[in-house]
Design a binder for this molecule. Structure first.
Ligand code: TXA
Ligand code: MG
Length: 364
């Protein structure tokens, strides 16, 4: 009985969300990576609204989210009709990546079809596409029957949201923003982005849960790092991935990383005795509260030493610590290894952009 009424309620809410998108409104929704701020990818006004709501420069392109085709027969899933209105052509490598990883936390950049609005591509001739795996995202996309642009549902340069409450905190002033609540995001950091638009090689634009090594193992496709091989001058200048700005994903509290085993050094470099410092420590490390630490007041926050669990909790932890009024947050440097590239990337940018004056860096 109660499950009937809750599924009835959720279908009412879902229909309202679909109608909101059709009317040109914004709908925040869960994906397996982070929450997205969605709008109709064929409505220029709705797209403009996304940029103003986020405070994001219009030159930073958006990802188009698409529904997966019906999967009556897994072996014969045909993505062509889904992708035809968006991409100019699909290489064999593209199809391999799609068939292996979609729906899932992988975004692919293609040469765009001429129908794709330049408002969403920041004027570029490429388009980023992803089919998210989260069932609520898929249901919304299926019922909407169109592409939905969805940047992470945070203000430009700030920490991405991994729960519906985070989205509400980010957009307190957007009172009529509809938010679909799908609980906490499983992956916790944004999708891996691979650029296929050059036609000859796959290039990693943003590291994420799906790594180049996993791609190589499952598809035999080599993913190049940016700068590996030829990059033409234009590619180097365009802000193709806003997350590639040096400052991004940043809390307001100053955030720094410390080298393995050097937390006491990091603390003693922090001279103000009245300071309150939150120190993240690996769950595999013994406690820091031994003798020899400086008289700075600090408290330990235990963080997971397994990379995917760490990723799933990173933004949650940063947001929570940011709201607790610390003067400084210290995080351990992630270990070497490709599986840590996604979180290392986010932490480095978060450190650079952190602090009360971060917005000047973040918007640079
Ligand atoms: O996991 C995700 O990808 C999340 C969820 C909501 O799907 N979305 C997300 O969107 O992270 P956003 O806008 O916060 O980041 C997308 C990145 C941007 O940095 C943008 O510059 C890049 O994708 N991007 C979009 N279109 C591109 C293109 N045509 N070429 C290169 N990069 C592109
Ligand atoms: Mg983002």
């Amino acid at each position: 009985m109660s499950s009937d009424s809750s599924s009835l309620q959720s279908s009412v809410v879902m229909n309202e969300a679909v109608q909101t998108l059709r009317d040109g409104g914004l709908v925040a929704f869960p994906t397996e990576t982070v929450y997205g701020l969605g709008a109709d990818a064929n409505n220029p006004e709705a797209i403009k609204h996304i940029f103003t709501a986020k405070g994001r420069p219009s030159s930073h392109p958006l990802i188009v989210h698409l529904a997966a085709p019906d999967q009556f027969d897994q072996a014969k899933v045909d993505w062509m009709p889904v992708l035809a209105p968006w991409v100019r052509d699909l290489s064999e490598d593209a199809l391999k990546l799609i068939n292996t990883f979609w729906p899932g936390p992988l975004t692919l950049v293609f040469k765009k079809d001429k129908r794709v609005l330049t408002e969403l591509t920041g004027g570029q001739d490429t388009v980023a596409i992803r089919a998210p795996a989260h069932p609520i995202a898929q249901e919304l996309l299926r019922k909407f029957k169109g592409g939905v642009v969805a940047p992470s549902a945070n203000r430009f340069g700030k920490v991405s949201p991994t729960s519906a409450a985070d989205v509400r905190d980010e957009f307190e002033d957007l009172l009529d923003l509809m938010i679909l609540d799908g609980g906490d995001c499983e992956v916790g950091i944004e999708s891996t982005i691979i650029d296929l638009s050059s036609g000859d090689r796959a290039v990693l634009l943003r590291p994420g849960l799906i790594t180049p090594n996993e791609i190589l193992l499952k598809t035999a496709i080599k993913v190049y790092l940016p700068g590996e091989g030829d990059i033409n001058e234009q590619d180097a200048v365009l802000p193709r991935v806003s997350g590639s700005l040096r400052a991004h994903y940043a809390p307001t509290t100053p955030l720094r990383m410390y080298a393995s085993g050097r937390v006491l050094d990091a603390l003693s470099e922090f001279p103000d005795m009245k300071s309150q410092v939150a120190v993240a420590v690996w769950d595999s490390d013994s406690s820091l509260s031994e003798d020899g630490h400086p008289s700075v007041h600090f408290e330990e926050v235990i963080v997971p030493s397994e990379s995917t669990v760490f990723a799933s909790r990173l933004y949650r932890t940063l947001r929570d610590l940011d709201q607790q009024g610390w003067d400084l947050i210290l995080f351990p440097e992630p270990p070497a290894g490709e599986e840590w590239d996604g979180v290392r990337d986010r932490l480095q940018r978060a450190c650079f952009g952190s602090g009360p004056s971060s917005s000047s860096h973040a918007n640079s």
